[in-house]
Design a protein around this ligand. Structure first.
Ligand code: SF4
Length: 398
């Protein structure tokens, strides 16, 4: 039953290119009928939420046990049987397990850490609606998730009692705001996880937004394909495809998430014509390793998901054990750029504390400039020069 994830033998064993990773249910659920296992509602009903449920499935460390026993009214704990099966029951340092089972380090709050590090509350203009950038809004439509990530930027507001309640009246206030602001052309629905909404509610919400004439694109940010791929049903994709131009950002952390069920869920979304981009949070001891990150990006591309953002972990309260130095992120991008397909290189961003929005942070490839002369360093650290077109000359800009 020992299934170590660091390093995960499934990732180090030579395979045919693109061969799927093996997946096995945790023995606890081996006898569950396929019809139940493949039903997303069964997965949600049987999610692990109480300390004794984790105790029964995992060889908990003393620190995990203590953290589970002292959760209080902060971010709750929850994990679907599917995602729990991806975790090493014996190794507390399993990358996925580190992100879901709490540690007591969560209770240590550093001086630079904030409840709302991205300053979303200050830019909230209607219930659940954040209007920061001129032409787009963030629509926090639901407050629950299938799993609760211990590094979550919105840990201050997800998992509360009202999470599952149907909120059409609040949605209407947010949609009314959007309708009054013709400059809004892009709506990103997030939460919580919007794909936990029932089909009819999600259809309703998307229909309300699509009815606003100036809304050009609608996007959903979700972790569901990684943690509850059973939710990506044919009925759901039928609904989503009605609302093109419609796009999705999928939250992935580690290559061991890309098991066949997950790849198939991504393919169902891609087959519905939905452009898929990934979002990955860079986390200490989880994915701050160039080999792991490259394998993740390659597996995402194989699942038809384009690597989009690599995030610096936000300084939420109790996050020091997850956060890496900014230099680590720069090094990760350096290890990808030029060393693999450009499509496999996400943009590394810091969501600046205080509401400044995302700032891209890149390695320095421009190492000098004088007038028209640019001195550039390439991926292999070789130096080249480039000359701008002469200003004022034919075909120049002057
Ligand atoms: S799924 Fe997203 S919103 Fe939910 S806990 Fe994880 S990071 Fe936060």
């Amino acid at each position: 039953m020992k299934r170590r994830n660091t390093p995960d033998p499934r990732l180090t064993t030579p395979r045919r290119a693109g061969a799927p990773l093996p997946f096995a249910r945790h023995p606890r659920w081996a006898a569950v009928a396929d019809a139940d296992w493949n039903d997303w509602r069964w997965q949600m009903r049987n999610a692990l939420r109480r300390p004794e449920q984790f105790e029964a499935l995992f060889a908990l460390s003393g620190d995990e046990r203590q953290a589970l026993a002292s959760l209080g009214d902060g971010l709750p704990v929850s994990v679907t049987p599917f995602y729990a099966s991806l975790m090493d029951p014996d190794d507390p340092d399993c990358p996925l397990r580190r992100t879901i089972i709490p540690r007591t380090a969560e209770h240590t709050i550093g001086p630079d850490e904030l409840k709302d590090p991205c300053g979303e509350d200050a830019d909230t203009v209607a219930p659940g609606l954040v209007h920061r950038y001129p032409d787009r809004v963030l629509f926090l439509a639901v407050g629950t998730c299938a799993v609760y990530c211990r590094y979550c930027t919105r840990s201050r507001m997800v998992g509360g009692a009202e999470g599952y309640s149907f909120q059409r009246a609040k949605w209407q206030m947010a949609v009314d705001y959007i309708a009054r602001h013709p400059e809004i052309r892009d709506v990103l629905i997030s939460g919580g996880d919007p794909l936990l909404l029932e089909d009819n509610h999600l259809d309703d919400l998307l229909g309300m937004l699509r009815a606003v004439p100036h809304v050009e694109i609608i996007r959903i940010g979700t972790k569901i394909p990684a943690v509850l791929p059973q939710r990506i049903t044919p009925r759901l994709t039928q609904i989503l495809r009605k609302y093109h131009p419609f796009m999705m950002s999928l939250h992935f952390l580690h290559p061991s998430e890309l098991v066949p069920e997950v790849v198939a869920a991504c393919e169902r979304l891609a087959d519905a014509g939905i452009p898929l981009g990934s979002q990955t949070v860079l986390l200490k001891g989880v994915n701050d390793d160039a080999t792991v990150l490259k394998e993740l990006m390659h597996r995402l591309l194989m699942a038809r998901v384009r690597p989009y953002y690599l995030y610096q972990c936000d300084p939420i309260q109790g996050s020091a054990h997850f956060r890496t130095p900014v230099q680590t992120g720069i090094r990760m991008i350096e290890s990808l750029r030029g060393h693999t397909s450009g499509y496999a290189v996400p943009t590394f961003v810091i969501d600046t504390p205080g509401g400044g929005g995302k700032v891209p942070v890149s390695p320095h490839y421009v190492i000098g400039q004088m007038g028209e002369q640019w001195v550039l360093r390439n991926w292999a650290n070789k130096v080249y020069e480039y000359t701008d077109p002469a200003l004022g000359q034919p075909n120049g800009d002057g």
